[in-house]
Ligand binder design. Structure first.
Ligand code: USQ
Length: 406
């Protein structure tokens, strides 16, 4: 297949491009390189040394003989350029990662909120609009998030996108319907993914676009089979307070002797998936498109759930790291339960990689190798969810100390 990977220079876009190229597909990356500019804005860098996208694709060709094409296009701002590229290339599938993906970054300031909404919603809408205008029947696969469902304790398993409901009519009959599971975003970033869902719903219904939305959990790990092939194919690995995600951050912190930064009580339960499974799921979705005229296909792209403090305690035990119980900069439930249905990918053949000590210590080793690149002052998460920070500080019922680390 000819595949356009929008945002193919990013944390999941890059290993996905390699994985699908390796599987024999013709890959075209469209990217505005914004993630690299955000590193510059924040004054941080990936733990792993990343080459330019041109150099990465050159090495991939030298190693495998396969070509990955790169196009510098901003989906949110360059609608005409995007449309021209799609008209000339007419891909069979489009994978859409081209969005600002960090919740803390989206909550930094009013400017960051505006940027995240404008960038994410325009990118998605421009893409849908162009597909319709060009009468291009490409399967659109979007990387969404588990965060669209929110993290309140529901007590039942969260379904894959759609919730069956019974509505009582005036005559006392019950009408059955399946509706999109109610959105409950916890950050501006997560809110943009909820808005994306509505855009997809409309375009699938009105223009019969074939769309798959992947509600993905928190990704951990850094390497996939292909990024292992050459040091210059390495994936990015974020550790800073805005872009680093919880499990990868704990592993890096353990590697550099920094106390593990648990927010609040660590009672937050979240869904996780290893990066290798993430790229496998995208391939499974690619090979199983919805029919034209069907509703949006939704998968929960997660393999297991864990409580943040359990992860911290497990890594502390494994590495001897200390745990710092910190005031929580986010506005989120102190403690929550999370049960998720994910049998669709399992039924398509996904055999999940689950958390185990061997794989975790391999990541600590990668982190140790590049520890000299870490700026310790960028480790704490300082982006606060409300102006009234006191309102977000959670207290620890078990009496563990809340403290700051440096
Ligand atoms: N947390 C800590 N300590 C840290 C960092 C995070 O306790 O040092 C806590 C947070 O307060 C939160 C949880 O860990 O309760 C998860 O935070 P995270 O930064 O790992 O994940 P999140 O902000 O939800 O976002 C990440 C990705 C996003 C993706 C999402 C999937 O950045 O792109 O959509 O995970 S999900 O969380 O399932 O919605």
């Amino acid at each position: 297949m000819k595949i356009a990977v929008m945002g193919g220079d990013g944390f999941i876009g890059w290993p996905t491009s390699l994985h699908l190229s390796d599987a024999g597909h013709e890959i075209h990356i469209l990217d505005n390189l914004s993630r690299r500019w955000i590193d510059t804005e924040l004054g941080v860098q990936s733990l792993t040394p990343m080459d330019s996208i041109q150099e990465r694709t050159r090495i991939w060709h030298a190693e495998t003989g396969r070509r990955i094409h790169f196009n510098l296009i901003d989906l949110a701002k360059d609608y005409e350029l995007l449309k021209k590229w799609l008209a000339e290339n007419r891909p069979d599938a489009v994978i859409h990662f081209a969005e600002q993906r960090a919740a803390p970054y989206s909550m930094k300031s009013d400017r960051h909120k505006n940027y995240t909404v404008n960038n994410n919603v325009n990118a998605t809408h421009n893409l849908l609009n162009a597909l319709v205008e060009l009468e291009l029947d490409a399967h659109l696969i979007h990387l969404g998030t588990m965060g669209v469902y929110g993290y309140s304790t529901v007590g039942v398993a969260i379904p894959e996108g759609y919730l069956p409901v019974g509505i009582e009519t005036a005559t006392g009959k019950t009408v059955s319907q399946e509706i999109l599971y109610p959105s409950n975003p916890g950050s501006i970033y997560h809110m943009t993914k909820c808005l994306d869902q509505l855009l997809f719903h409309f375009y699938a219904k009105n223009d019969r676009l074939r769309i798959t939305d992947l509600h993905q959990g928190i990704v951990w790990g850094t390497h996939t089979e292909q990024t292992h092939l050459h040091p210059q194919l390495v994936n990015r690995f974020d550790y800073d307070g805005d872009y680093g995600t919880v499990l990868n951050r704990f592993l890096i912190q353990a590697a550099i002797g920094y106390p593990l930064t648990v927010h609040g009580t660590g009672g937050q339960t979240r869904a996780f998936i290893h990066i290798q499974d993430s790229v496998r799921c995208i391939e499974l979705a690619l090979n199983n498109p919805p029919a034209r005229g069907a509703r949006v296909e939704i998968f929960n792209q997660v393999t297991e759930t864990h409580r943040v403090r359990d992860l911290a305690e497990m890594i502390a035990k494994m590495t001897g790291a200390e745990i710092a119980w910190l005031p929580n900069p986010r506005k989120e439930a102190l403690e929550n339960e999370l049960i998720i249905r994910n049998e669709k990918f399992r039924n398509l053949g996904l055999d999940p990689i689950t958390l185990h000590a061997g794989l975790l210590s391999e990541i600590v080793d990668v982190a140790k190798k590049f520890a000299y690149r870490v700026d310790r002052s960028r480790v704490p998460a300082v982006s606060a969810w409300t102006k009234d920070i006191a309102a977000t500080i959670n207290h620890d019922p078990e009496g563990k100390r809340l403290k700051s680390v440096s």
